[in-house]
Design a binder for this molecule. Structure first.
Ligand code: GLC
Ligand code: MG
Length: 679
C-alpha cells in the first residue's frame, strides 16, 4: 500500500531499520535538518480505517538522503570503480567477440567436408525389375552411401527424356522420366536424403535440349517467340554453314527441310543447342534452376558448360593439321575450338546463376553448391576461370579432370605432376577437387589396372579438397566388354572405341541374380562377370577389401583436422613413388602418405628432418602391414601399394618449404583451447 505524504513523497509500507536510525542521527548533526526527514513514511496496519503511523527513519532511501551519503569517499570510490569496471568488461567482451569472429577460419561447408558420390541412375538399383535403375532403387540403397560416410550424392539426369543420350537429352526439365519414377518418387527421395543428412546434387543441362522438347518443336515451326531459342543458320542439305564438328563426331549442323536451314548441335543431332544469347532462353533456364532449388535440391552439376556459347560470325574453326583435307574432318580433335567453346559472356551467365543459387543459400546448412563440367585439356587456366574472381563467385567445384590422365602417366612423378598442375594453378584460397572416374571415362581398374585401384582411391581421399567417386569405384568395379550388337551409347555407335557403355554397367551389390541390381531377365547393359567376387556384400565382410579401405579412409578424412584442412607438402616423387605430408600448424598429429604408382620400391626420407626416425603404418592398402613400424630411411612399398603413416611432431615442414606446400584457407590449431584460428 502506498500513499502520498504531506511533503509529496511516496509513502511506502516498510519496516524499521535501526542501523539507518543511527546514521540518520549522524546526518542530523551534519545538516541540522531533522525536520526534513520526519513524517515521510507511514506504516499501514492493514485496516481501511487505521491511521498511518509515522516512523523515522525508514529503510528505503529517498533521494535527498542518498545524495548526502553518495558524496562520501567510501561510497563514491567503490561506485566509480564498479562503473569503470562495467565499462571495461563490456569493452573487453565486445573486443573478444570481434577478435573471435576475425580470427576464426571459415568453417568447412558440407560440400567441402564430404566426398561427392556420383550415381548413374540407370545402373545403380532397379526397384521395379524393368532392367533399368530408378529413383526408388536409389532410395533403397542410401544405406550404402551412409556406410561409405559420404554426405553428398550427384545423380546423373533423370528428367523426362527420349534417352538418345541417356537423359542428357531433356524433353522436359520439370518432369521425371517414367523410367526413373515419378515426381512423388523424387520428392520422397529428397526427403529421405535430407532426413539422413545427405545432400542431393542434380545434373543441369543448359547447353541443349532434346529435339523432342516443345521449345524445339515451336522453334522449328517458326513460332515467333521461339524462333531464336536455338541456333539456326542458312545452309542447304549438302553444305553445312561451316566446318564445325560435333563432340560425338561428324558435322554439328543438321538440315531441316521445312525451314531450309540448319540447326546447331555440339552433341547428337537429337540434342539441339539452345541459343543462350537470347534473354528469353536465359530466363527459361534460370526459372528451371529456381524450380529445383525451391524443391530443395542442394546444388547442380552443370553439364558441358564450355559449349554454351558459339561465335556469332560462324567462321570456320582452324584445323589442327592445316594440310588435312577439310572434307575428312569429322572429330573434335581435328579442330581448334576457338569459336565453339569458352566464348566471351560464358562466365557472366554462370555468375548470374550462382547469384540465383546464393539467394537460396542463406539459411544455415542450406548452401547450394555449383559444380561445373568443362574438359579444357591442356588449357587449365580456362578451367580455373570457373572459380570466378575474388569479388564475383562462380563455381564451387570446377571439376578437376586432370587426374583422369593418371593411367597414362602412371608413375610417382606423373601423379605428382598432375596434382601439382591443379595446386599450382588454382587461385589463392580456392578449394581443390579431384575426379578419377565418371560415366564418360573408363574405370580406374580398366585404365590404370586392378593393382592400382586402392592406391588411386587412397590418393583421392588423402589429398586436400573434395573427392568425387563414381559409383562402383569403391569396390574396384571394372569396365565390361560390350559386343557390337550390345552397344547402347550413341558415341559408341559413331566409334566403338569411344563407347561409354563399358563404364556404365550395373552396380555389383551381391553374388546373387544380376548381382542384386535387378530382378529382370534383361538388364539394360550386362553385368560384369566378376560380380560373384567383386560386390558390396562380399567386400563389407572383408576388413581388407577395397570397400573397407575406402570407408576407413573416408572416416579418417572426416576425423582428422590435418587431412581435412591441413597443408599438403610434397616430399618425394620418382618413377614409382609419390609421397606427401598432411600437417596443420599447431597440431602435433600429422600424416605421411606414400603412394606407389610404379613397381616395388624403397625410398629414403632421412632428409626430411621434421619426420621422426620411426613411423607407424596407420593403414596400408596391403592390410597385413597395418601397425608395422618402418624407418624413415627405408620406406618400402610394393607395386600399387599406398601407405598412410601417422606421426607426432612439434616442428612443421611447411614453414621452411613454401614452394612444396599448399593450403586453401590457412588455419592453425590452438591446443590449449582446442580451437582453430586464422593465422
Ligand atoms: C556431358 C555428359 C555426357 C553427355 C554430354 C552431352 O559431357 O557428361 O555424358 O553425353 O555432356 O550432354
Ligand atoms: Mg527400373
Amino acid at each position: 500500500m502506498s500513499k502520498r505524504g504531506a511533503k509529496g513523497i511516496v509513502e511506502l509500507g516498510c519496516i524499521q531499520n535501526t542501523g539507518f536510525q543511527e546514521d540518520d542521527k549522524t546526518e542530523e548533526a551534519v545538516d541540522g535538518d531533522a525536520e526534513n526527514r520526519t513524517s515521510i513514511v507511514g506504516l499501514s496496519s492493514g485496516g481501511e480505517g487505521d491511521a498511518y503511523t509515522q516512523i523515522e527513519p525508514y529503510a528505503g532511501m529517498p533521494k535527498e538522503v542518498l545524495l548526502l551519503y553518495s558524496h562520501r569517499a567510501c561510497y563514491r570510490l567503490p561506485r566509480e570503480i564498479l562503473f569503470w569496471l562495467t565499462i571495461a568488461c563490456t569493452l573487453a567482451l565486445i573486443s573478444l567477440t570481434i577478435a573471435v569472429i576475425a580470427l576464426s577460419p571459415p568453417c568447412l561447408n558440407w560440400w567441402q567436408s564430404s566426398p561427392v558420390y556420383q550415381i548413374y541412375p540407370r545402373s545403380f538399383k532397379d526397384s521395379d525389375n524393368d532392367g533399368v535403375g530408378d529413383l526408388k532403387g536409389i532410395m533403397e540403397k542410401l544405406k550404402h552411401v551412409e556406410f561409405l560416410n559420404i554426405k553428398a550424392i550427384w545423380i546423373s539426369p533423370f528428367y523426362k527424356s527420349p534417352m538418345k543420350d541417356f537423359g542428357y537429352d531433356v524433353e522436359d526439365f520439370r518432369e521425371i522420366d517414367p523410367l526413373f519414377g515419378s515426381m512423388q518418387d523424387f520428392d520422397d527421395l529428397l526427403a529421405a536424403m535430407h532426413d539422413k543428412g545427405l545432400k542431393l546434387i542434380m545434373d543441369f543441362i543448359p547447353n541443349h535440349t532434346s529435339d523432342k522438347h516443345q521449345w524445339f518443336n515451336l522453334s522449328r515451326s517458326g513460332e515467333e517467340h521461339y524462333k531464336d531459342y536455338y541456333i539456326w543458320a542458312n545452309c542447304n542439305s549438302t553444305h553445312p554453314p561451316n566446318n564445325w564438328v560435333s563432340v560425338f563426331g561428324n558435322s554439328s549442323w543438321t538440315y531441316v527441310d521445312e525451314k531450309k536451314q540448319c540447326y546447331y548441335h555440339q552433341f547428337l543431332q537429337e540434342q539441339p543447342d539452345l541459343n543462350l544469347r537470347n534473354p528469353h532462353v536465359r530466363n527459361e533456364m534460370t526459372d528451371i534452376i529456381r524450380f529445383w532449388l525451391e524443391k530443395g535440391v542442394d546444388g547442380f552439376r552443370m553439364d558441358a558448360v564450355k559449349h554454351m556459347l558459339e561465335a556469332k560470325h560462324l567462321r570456320n574453326e582452324p584445323q589442327v593439321d592445316p594440310s588435312q583435307d577439310p572434307d575428312t574432318i569429322d572429330t573434335e580433335f581435328e579442330l581448334h575450338h576457338d569459336y565453339t567453346t569458352t566464348q566471351l559472356g560464358l562466365h557472366e551467365i554462370m555468375q548470374d546463376w550462382r547469384a540465383v543459387m546464393d539467394v537460396y543459400s542463406r539459411e544455415p546448412g542450406r548452401y547450394r553448391v555449383m559444380i561445373t563440367e568443362s574438359y579444357d585439356y591442356e588449357e587449365i587456366d580456362k578451367t580455373m576461370m570457373y572459380y570466378g574472381t575474388p569479388h564475383v563467385k562462380e563455381s564451387d567445384i570446377p571439376f578437376n579432370f586432370y587426374l583422369l590422365d593418371l593411367p597414362t602417366n602412371l608413375t610417382g612423378a606423373g601423379a605428382h605432376g598432375l596434382v601439382n598442375l591443379w595446386m599450382a594453378n588454382m587461385p589463392e584460397s580456392k578449394w581443390p577437387n579431384w575426379v578419377v572416374g565418371n560415366h564418360d571415362k573408363p574405370r580406374i581398374s580398366s585404365s590404370a589396372g586392378q593393382p592400382y585401384v586402392r592406391v588411386i582411391n587412397m590418393l583421392l581421399l588423402t589429398l586436400p579438397g573434395t573427392p568425387t567417386t563414381y559409383y562402383g569405384e569403391e569396390i574396384g568395379m571394372e569396365n565390361i566388354e560390350v559386343t557390337m550388337d550390345q552397344i547402347q551409347d550413341p558415341f559408341g555407335k559413331f566409334n566403338p572405341n569411344s563407347s561409354r557403355d563399358p563404364q556404365r554397367s550395373p552396380m555389383q551389390w551381391t553374388g546373387g541374380v544380376n548381382s542384386g541390381f535387378s530382378g529382370s531377365n534383361n538388364t539394360w547393359l550386362p553385368l560384369h562377370p566378376n560380380y560373384t567376387t567383386v560386390n558390396v556384400e562380399v567386400q563389407q565382410k572383408d576388413a581388407g577389401s577395397v570397400l573397407s579401405q575406402y570407408r576407413a579412409l573416408s572416416l579418417l578424412r572426416q576425423a582428422e583436422l590435418a587431412l581435412q584442412r591441413g597443408w599438403l607438402c610434397y616430399v618425394w616423387s620418382d618413377a614409382d613413388v609419390f609421397a606427401f605430408l598432411r600437417e596443420l600448424d599447431g597440431l602435433d598429429k600429422a600424416f605421411l602418405v606414400v603412394l606407389n604408382f610404379g613397381q616395388d620400391s624403397v625410398i629414403n626420407l632421412s632428409d626430411i628432418k621434421e619426420l621422426p626416425e620411426q613411423l607407424t603404418i596407420h593403414m596400408s592398402t596391403k592390410q597385413e602391414k597395418d601397425g608395422k613400424i618402418v624407418q624413415k630411411s627405408s620406406i618400402a612399398t610394393a607395386r600399387g601399394e599406398g601407405l598412410l603413416m601417422q606421426y607426432s611432431t612439434h616442428t612443421r615442414f611447411n614453414p621452411g618449404h613454401a614452394s612444396q606446400c599448399f593450403v586453401s584457407d590457412k588455419a592453425c590449431y590452438l591446443g590449449a583451447l582446442d580451437i582453430l584460428y586464422k593465422c
